[in-house]
Design a protein around this ligand. Structure first.
Ligand SMILES: *Cc1c(COP(=O)(O)O)cnc(C)c1O
Length: 439
């Protein structure tokens, strides 16, 4: 029995609970029928350009045929197998392909399901690493405004993002230091970086053997408002953390797989962190999968004859073969010349169009890293739930553009397959809406 458009929407409205949504005020969800490339096709006949890569996961466009085929082929061979005592070809090969592109001795992959669990794994690994070395280190340092996911540990690390007020009593304490957010023509950036490093030094000076790890979203804080920092800062941060003898976690859940113009933000910054969290783009946006990659010396600290030294953690779908097969197909595309050229072209269009908006009275703090462009829209209140973001979202949707401002922060984060023509069309819409709001 096929259901009508209205029947499907009624079913959804009756039975489905949507993420980050106040169902009391939200209108009915848009029914997507299909998608191709950068476009989503809706049941009411609209074509919407996906300028947020469907929550930052999509790299090569929707329904990419090569990835779809890889998943179908894998599903016919081995859809899932327990990952304790067993392994399979896609998991082993994907681990090799990813670690080959990471710097230093980041060679050991622990698989899990999403960005939040990749972060939980990193936090737990750091804690037990010290325990296995006979030390009790129970605290972490994170950056103000950082976001690391929605599970309890990830919420604790991201508590300053302001998203987690409802669960404050559930969280463990994490110390935060200022994030040296910067933008085009920022003259104070070096001062801000020094302030952050000084704050870090102070915490270590007060309690040298207490910090299990420092966690950061390298180059750009995503959900916290697309706040960017310089690669130079990350290099200095890595040196300091090393001097203080702690561990450094790079949460590259959003920045991984080409987003910042290089394959990974740590590569762009020339830094080898101790642990790296990857998810979102890992499967090209097809399936939930993540990895926490550890340096060899971290893995070695868990070796021994004793089970209690081992990392006793895992998920039912750890290293799901379909996800790993999608990951391999996605990396093949990512490393191809066409994709590399698109990433460069997107950055060039972003640069041109951002510069063109600088003179508008309601535009501030234009900023760019790789395929991510962002700016602040002034004059409409601040914060995630400020009215201006909701208003902009509606204006963009009317123009066939899926853009979801984070409060007053407007950003474009397109799939790499987007054409120059589509990208200019999106920027034309941005230009139009910003001029409308400036009136
Ligand atoms: C999205 C995100 C997460 C959480 O990933 P989920 O897959 O949504 O659990 C963690 N860290 C960063 C930097 C993210 O952008």
């Amino acid at each position: 029995m096929t259901l009508s458009y209205d029947e499907l929407r009624a079913l959804d409205a009756r039975h489905v609970w949507h993420p980050f949504t106040q169902a009391g005020t939200a209108g009915p969800a848009t029914l997507a029928l299909g998608a191709r490339g950068a476009s989503i096709f809706t049941a009411d006949g609209r074509e919407i350009l996906d300028m947020v890569s469907s929550w930052w996961v999509n790299l090569h466009g929707h329904a990419n045929p090569a990835i779809a085929q890889a998943i179908a082929d894998q599903a016919g061979r081995l859809e899932q197998v327990i990952f304790a005592d067993f392994t399979h070809e896609p998991a082993a090969r994907l681990a090799q392909r990813v670690t080959r592109r990471l710097p230093g001795d980041l060679n050991r992959v622990f698989y899990s399901d999403d960005g939040s669990t990749a972060v939980e794994v990193a936090l737990k690994l750091a804690h037990q690493y010290w325990r296995n070395h006979g030390q009790h280190r129970s605290s972490y340092i994170a950056f103000e405004g950082g976001y690391h996911g929605d599970t309890a540990g990830a919420m604790s690390a991201g508590h300053s993002s302001g998203y987690f007020e409802a669960w404050r009593e559930m969280l463990f304490p994490v110390e935060t230091i200022p994030f040296p957010a910067t933008w085009d023509d920022d003259e104070a950036v070096e001062v801000k970086e020094q302030v952050a490093l000084d704050a870090l030094d102070l915490i270590f000076a007060a309690n040298p053997d207490h910090v299990a790890a420092v966690i950061i979203e390298p180059l750009i804080q995503g959900a916290g408002g697309m706040r960017m920092c310089r690669p130079e800062f990350l290099a200095k941060l890595a040196d300091r953390v090393k001097e203080h003898g702690s561990l450094l976690i790079f949460d590259e859940v959003m920045t991984g797989f080409g987003r910042t113009g290089e394959i990974f933000a740590c590569v762009k910054a020339g830094v080898t962190p101790d642990l790296v969290c990857l998810s979102k783009g890992l499967t090209g946006g097809f399936l939930p999968l993540s990895m926490t990659v550890a340096r060899d010396c971290i893995f070695e600290a868990f070796l021994g004859q004793d089970l209690s030294r081992a990392f006793l953690h895992g998920h039912s779908y750890t290293a799901n073969p379909l996800g790993c097969a999608a990951g391999l197909a996605s990396i093949d595309l990512l490393e191809g010349p066409a994709c590399t050229a698109r990433v460069k072209a997107i950055e060039a269009v972003h640069r041109l169009r951002l510069d063109g908006l600088k003179s508008l009275p309601n535009v501030a703090h234009t900023r760019l890293t790789g395929t991510i462009a962002a700016l602040d829209v002034t004059g409409g209140g601040q914060g995630y739930d400020s009215g201006i973001g909701t208003r902009m979202k509606a204006e963009f949707l009317q123009r066939g553009l899926l853009l979801r401002p984070l409060g007053e922060v407007l950003y474009l984060l397109p799939p790499y397959c987007i054409t120059d023509e589509q990208l200019h069309r999106a920027w034309d819409g941005v230009d139009e809406v910003l001029r409308l709001l400036a009136k």
